[in-house]
Design a binder for this molecule. Structure first.
Ligand SMILES: [Zn+2]
Length: 83
């Protein structure tokens, strides 16, 4: 049994078509991706160590960026009175 699902927003690295890449898991438990437009396919290289570290770093960076944006928006909104 293979489960295939399209990856939203994914761009095929071979032909550049968006939303044409779908991923599926083989009988050996490996994840593959393939493009339905050009037939491109390769194995998705999933590194468990990287997966554990990346989300934490990403969240920390997004939070600091959001705070900066909030401060700037308030500063601009007050003098103009616009909402
Ligand atoms: Zn393609």
């Amino acid at each position: 049994m293979k489960t295939r699902r399209f990856i939203a927003g994914a761009v095929c690295p071979a032909c550049g078509t968006m939303d044409s890449v779908r991923m599926f898991r083989s009988e050996t438990g490996r994840d593959y991706r393939e493009c339905v437009e050009c037939g491109f396919s390769d194995e998705m290289d999933v590194n468990p160590k990287l997966e554990g570290n990346l989300p934490e770093a990403r969240i920390t960076r997004e939070e600091s960026v959001l705070e900066d944006h909030t401060d700037i928006i308030r500063f601009i909104d007050d003098p103009t009175g616009k909402k």
